[in-house]
Design a protein around this ligand. Sequence first.
Ligand code: BGC
Length: 744
Amino acid sequence: MNIKSFPLILTMSILLIVPPCIYAQHKTIDQRVDSLLSLMTLEEKIGQMNQYSGFWEATGPITEQGNKLEQVRNGQLGSLLNITGYEHTHELQEMALQSRLKIPLLFGQDVIHGYRTQFPIPLAEAASWDLEAIELSARIAAIEAAAAGVHWTFAPMVDIGRDPRWGRVMEGAGEDPYLGSLIAAARVKGFQGKGYGNTDAVMACVKHFAAYGASESGRDYNSVDMSYRMLNEIYLRPYKAAVDAGAATVMNSFNDINGIPATANSYIQRDLLKGQWKFGGFVVSDWGSIGEMINHGYSKDCYQAAQQAITAGSDMDMESRCYIGSLAQLVKDGKADARLVDDAVRRILTKKFEMGLFDDPFKYSNKEREKQQWNNPDNLRASRDMAKKSIVLLKNEKQLLPLDTKKKTIAMIGPLVKAVRDNIGFWSYAWPDDTARIVTQFDGVKNRAGKNITLTYAKGCGISDSSKAGFAQAVKIAKQADIVILSIGEAGNMSGEAKSRSNIHLPGVQEDLVKAVCATGKPVIVLINAGRPLVFNWTADHAQAILYTWWLGTKAGEAIADVLFGDYNPSGKLPMTFPRSEGQIPIYYNHFSTGRPPKSETDVNYVSAYIDLPNSPKFPFGYGLSYTTFKYSEPVLNRSTINASEKLQVKVSITNTGNYDGKETVQLYIRDLVGSVVRPVKQLIGFQQVFLKKGETKEITFNIGVDDLKFYDNNVNLVAEPGDFEVFVGGSSATELKKTFTLL
Ligand code: BGC
């Protein structure tokens, strides 16, 4: 029965009583949504498009307090963020059910790298190149969050990051669109599990659409200006991959793209996302981004901002209150099409139905499940496993690592040795018992070292201090030790949202501390903790061993000990290029060929080079060592030409030539030698992880087809052009092992 065919009098009485069974009796979700929509007043529809932050935490500036609870009861709110836990979600949902139509609330939350069990920051996880482990990390985050009543995570963040000054690179998968797309899809699958609607899954929200990571000069919230070709070829790919993987929702971004704020960008949201990509979910604005179009100078006031945002396809307003304040008037004034409101509300209600919230609004918040997932040992084990896999070994002179447990004294020095909350990085939850449950790096090493090892400690200096007063003690214990472990880097909250840095050197006097400790002549192992690539040239050149440990989560201390003592042989590979200097930024491996490439690192003779620095980075994309060594054979191709329907087979043998079993990530790059638009010098198109026992050799095969060779031409069409290609195989983007083939 279609509610629209009801006689007026009956409809009127339904409007007054509205038993929820009216829409519950329909079979399909579409019918139920239509039925419900037909019962709603314009104000109630707009209420569904309105989202506020809760009362306990804020992740942005609160526009005004207002009486949120009253609005929940009046059906003027579709969703809340920053409300978690059985009690809070229950309480709020009960209030929503007092509203006339009893439409349940959606609870959204930034579950970025774990909920109760904190996993490594996403950039660190990306360094594992381990898609299964990354999916599992998102899976566990979803299980824990869903049990606490969260329906919807604002993740994955899939913005390509080519600029380490931008603090939000910590939330993404780095600089590469191919790796980034695979990781984006893995995270969506992890969050959504067997499908949202199951009580162990949350809806994913791909963000920040689009190109937020390209903000000029690495300054957060800044403008983006780039060709549509570049946008499609590099920046849009991970969002598309996430949408194709079934992401339920998308969040737009704070930046403007070529002069139009993403929030009001019809090309991005309507033409591409909801049009060409056939995205059926809804778009939530970023925090206040609708209202911020006034600051952009794109909207005169909230009235205009709401009109521009709805026209461009922004379905839900996070915290700007422009929709709740102006949309009804816009419709009444004929300035906004009521059908656009219906479309937005239909998209939002569809997700609420798909989540099963109309059948059981309390389906997710569950006291028992919440308890079961609290400190769940399986989750903690998975976090430790992910953490080990995320660590990147940058240097290991004279095989200083791994450490053995023979009798010795190890001095642990540095401002992060005994840090607690820093280990879990930005976008993590501060639980009251953090100090008790997060094992510091000192305790991690102490627990693993055994009784033969004497461990000493000195802080040396604070993270950003200018004082060197602690150096003397640090040098003293270094002199008394056999080996030094220095733990240095950023504070956990120095990367993340609104954490852009113009100077990405080690903060404070930390590099001076490294110098003072190295001057003792003792072997020095450095742990660098950070949410972005840092510049640390002196340390890189003088310390004997360096592990890049990012922020590894709840189990950081243990995972670091696992790697230091060789219980896990490091296998991470950098997902971002590490510059020698901020002057090289933006820096990324897949840059275009210039007309004047230098012939060598020192060639400055009217070529595209710096006169004061080599062009090359300090550490390239894809780089990372192991305690063992791997030898690559020359790649062998099964043919020298392929046509559009054929596959090229690339075979390469890898031998473990060192003294430990270990895992290598074998990377496959191509270079299109001549194109109708200039092509990158290298481009990742495949990788495989291979585990090799000491002395073992394995052959790896890659298949390249025409789709792998496609790029966007000047008319933004995806094409593959006949011609010659180089194919590279190796353990990082710096590999020179290559062969040539031709696409006919
Ligand atoms: C961030 C988003 C986040 C939102 C809600 C914004 O400031 O840009 O990534 O999801 O706040 O916390």
